[in-house]
Write a protein that binds this ligand. Structure first.
Ligand SMILES: *Cc1c(COP(=O)(O)O)cnc(C)c1O
Length: 385
């Protein structure tokens, strides 16, 4: 495993990549791909590094996939519905919207790619803004689509200072709750920003919203400058299926549809469409799942605090925590990278980012009760050594 795997640093490429070819377009030379958390095949590792849900999805998901497959998979012969109508209708019904206010894509990462290309790329008006500490995929999309961008520094409490953006701001995107901090803005804060910045394209990435933050989807009718993206990967336990959604005014959705139809007519496959729809229709499963994750998050937070960690208040299915060292007496082996490495050597995979201000933090996914217990016990042993 090479050393860069846990960094997620912009401008870094995976070690051991083949050398550039003379056939590459100039664009390829300029790309800086996002580095996701490792996917490991070692089943003995406790995997708390990519914010997957520790529980299986709703049983109705499995039933819907089986029904679609039938006894011989005959229906896989046919292309899926290019417009994902059934899935979009289910998402629209959930939020009291019409189907033309909903977009479906191959994971919210793909939806976000279209968003950067079609709505955040405003060369005549100015750069898109996003927090300096945020989802590190955003700068990768900017390079891919040539989108000018500027970062917005989080304040000392690691909050997004929306009021630092003036009325001329062309576009802004931020996750709510933010990743990797887990902190959320209140819907009223975002609403007043939308009202005072009607010329600003505002995209709220709600990949983690179900775990305790307030969704901005109810604001889309009143605010034609708002687009909200959501994911089925985290709160619906379907990271393996790859479905993401966007909600907004029909004219904003049309921009995404145009990009999609110029790229791939069928990005959401037949099994993914029925699986995602079944997941969205099982609200009871979601509520129960969120209760379990929230209980584990509370336990993990207080246990880490007892071990001497500062834990940012999280509204997501991960916590962001650093070991508090005394001024002057900081030990190298208690810093973020050292704790990450020691955990890994003890079979627990978390995430750590070698970036200014957050290099001493560990981002720990809220797993099952036994998984969060294992990370706390392992950290306890490491800190005693
Ligand atoms: C996980 C994540 C996504 C991507 O979700 P997919 O639907 O799995 O592509 C988008 N934004 C943020 C902030 C995320 O953490």
């Amino acid at each position: 495993m090479n050393a860069s795997d846990n960094t997620g640093l912009d401008g870094q490429t995976k070690g051991g990549a083949p050398a550039p070819s003379k056939f590459w377009s100039p664009l390829v030379h300029s790309l800086a791909p996002y580095i996701p958390g490792e996917q490991v095949s070692d089943g003995r590792l406790i995997k708390l590094n990519t914010n997957e849900n520790p529980y299986p999805p709703s049983a109705s998901v499995f039933a819907a996939i089986q029904e679609t497959l039938g006894s011989d998979g005959e229906r896989l012969r046919l292309y899926p519905d290019p417009a994902s109508l059934g899935l979009r209708q289910a998402a629209a019904d959930l939020h009291g919207l019409s189907v033309n206010q909903v977009f479906a894509g191959n994971g919210s990462d793909e939806v976000l790619a279209f968003v950067f290309q079609t709505l955040l790329n405003q060369p005549a008006k100015g750069p898109v803004h996003f927090p300096d500490i945020s989802y590190s995929f955003y700068p990768s999309y900017c390079r891919l689509y040539g989108v000018a961008h500027q970062t917005l520094a989080l304040n000392d409490a690691f909050e997004i200072p929306l009021d630092a953006l003036d009325e001329e701001t062309a576009a802004v995107i931020f996750p709510n709750p933010n990743a990797p901090t887990g902190k959320a803005l209140a819907r009223t804060q975002i609403e007043s920003f939308l009202s005072s910045h009607p010329e600003t394209m505002v995209v709220v990435d709600e990949a983690y919203v179900d775990f305790g933050a307030e969704s901005c989807v109810p604001l889309v009718n009143a605010h034609p400058n708002l687009l909200v993206t959501q994911s089925l990967s985290k709160s619906r336990a379907l990271a393996g299926i790859r479905v993401g959604l966007a909600f907004g005014h029909a004219s904003l959705i049309e921009a995404l549809v145009r990009a999609k139809d110029s790229f791939n007519s069928y990005p959401v496959d037949r099994l993914a469409q029925v699986a995602a729809r079944a997941a969205l229709e099982d609200e009871a499963w979601l509520r129960h799942n969120v209760e379990k994750i929230t209980a584990s998050r509370d336990w993990l937070t207080s246990s880490l605090q007892q071990l001497g960690f500062q834990v940012l208040p999280s509204k997501a299915n991960f916590v962001f925590a650093r070991y508090l060292q005394t001024e002057g007496g900081a030990r190298e082996d208690r810093k973020g990278a050292a704790l990450y490495q020691a955990l890994k050597e003890n079979g627990v995979l978390v995430r750590q980012f070698n970036r200014p201000r957050i290099e001493d933090f560990l981002r720990i996914t809220v797993g099952s009760p036994s998984e969060v217990q294992a990370v706390v016990e392992t950290l306890g042993r490491i800190l005693k050594a």
